[in-house]
Design a protein around this ligand. Sequence first.
Ligand code: GCU
Length: 654
Amino acid sequence: LRYAPLEGPALADLTRRPLAVQIPVGGAIPDNPTIRAAADELQKGLSSLSGRQVSLMKGHDAETRADHAIIRLHCARSEIAAGGAFSIRQSSRGLDILASEPIGCLYGSFSLLRALSEGMRLSDIGRSEAPRYPLRMLNHWDNPDGSVERGYAGSSIFDWWKLPDHLDQWMIDYARANASIGINGVVVNNVNASAMMLEPRYIARLKRLADAWRPYGIRVYLSARFSAPRDIGGLETADPFDPRVAAWWKDKADEIYAAIPDFGGFLVKANSEGQPGPGDYGRTHADGANMLAHALGPRGTVIWRAFVYSEHDEADRARQAFAEFAPLDGQFADNVILQVKNGPIDFQPREPFHPLFGAMPDTRVMLETQITKEYLGFSTHLAFLAPMWKEVLDAPTGHGKTVAEAIAPAGMAGVANIGSDRNWSGSHFDQANWYAFGRLAWDPSLSAEQLAREWAAQTWSREEGFVADISAMMLGSREIVADYMTPLGLAHLMATGHHYGPAPWVCDLPRPEWNPCYYHRADRQGIGFDRTPGGSNALADYAPIAAARWADPDRMDSRYLLWFHHLPWDWTFPDGTSLWQTLVQRYDAGVAGVAQMQQVWAGHEGEIDARRHADVADFLKIQRREAQWWRDASIAYWQSLNSLPLPDGTRPPA
Ligand code: GCU
């Protein structure tokens, strides 16, 4: 939304004639707040891009201004699909944005502004788009006290203390940013939910947000604590089969809908990491979800999370969600969606796709990604996550669909990385992950490269040399992090609790799967988690075609090797290099990669504003030091087990 002034041919093209934005006349349309938002955004954006004040005109006023190029909004064209679709077409008067609903006009306006911001000429722009998924959601893990679970961008942006009396402009800018990338749902509170959020005083506050965001096409949702009937409802039970419990939730839903008629629904984390759930009463996840679904009725959706693991499953944590949920396929009510994390463990720098994708054909399944970088160096390490999400979206599940196809009836959720920091996301480059998440939820076929280029051009500079270098740097950044933290398919070696920095040596925590040693299984002989039939057999949770891709260590993508196989240190790759040698090379490549990013960034000093350039340079310095820390600590620990010398040619650079 920077709308940095254009230059050169793009500016000449935009300023050939005076510009006006035409608001439709007739019916209720001119007063529609969404169309108003679209027109305001066009006026703001075009004025800034062109360096000239752009006027807003009503239909008939505009017709008389033959000298003007006119951007016309047509927001009730039945030939365009519903649900946010739009078409942008050249016209004799300038350019038309067509949609069947106001929200399509808003999305079309943002699309036009994006194209111009990237440097395209007004007279070259034409496109028709429709969102691929119905749900494109942010999940905030924000607590009512202002703290944010796994948040690295300051405190919560939701000021519950001043709501509902005061609504900060910040909340409008937040909605604009979301709408500009197609996000249409927001869960405002942490999945580890406080029941307090369901109390009348919070419903009144939420109503104020819902009213403010409605023009931007954003529906609000709440994380619901399953034990709320007990916590705040005066009942002694939360058993979903108890009629008093069901009645309590129904009344609660009615109360919320009276305040917020388009309330989206509930997100629920149940029977996971100590959260209450139907399992506390011997009921299944489907029993719990369906009771809530009934309370909402056709008004809303229950989004039930599949992220479960408990101390009872010591064999392989990666299998637990599949074991609990796959047998429930077909048992969920129509207005229930199952939200599944991208991989079977927990947002690691690399995981194979979750085996539940494609495996529940009679359940609507949604993909949960984590935009905040809990396991990828928080906000100081630069890691552009689109390549990681694309890896999952493009993966063929083996059940006849890719992951992107399997989630089509639902959509994508992203755990937000947004906070009170002036740059919104904790670092300048982490804005790119918020951006890419929204764009992929709109269109999962977009390439990571296109997203990096779009974002870099709008955020920093349109100079082709800059965009080419910076987008290339972004595209390699996640692999670099995977290399210096968890190469070759290793996972969860971060220090316990906060998950920052290496601690593969930790092995004495009470629950086995809290320990990094549970995941790497390294000893004197070898390293890796055996998930073949001889081990935990997690491979069996995948469709045979998918499992076959990872079954043979000699013929698989080595980036997943130690996720699926436990191998001796002297095991050799088909090219003859040993596992140990390759592992050390990967760590080295990770550290060298950060040094390379530093160089690329330093090479563009002076091309963008000094303050933001310095911010990024500082963070890259931190990342460089910590990449080295990850590599050196990890290698030293593996050496303490295998007593092997550093392979030739892998001496750490000074
Ligand atoms: C991770 C994360 C927790 C979070 C959980 C979840 O385990 O560390 O903070 O609550 O995921 O997704 O529910």
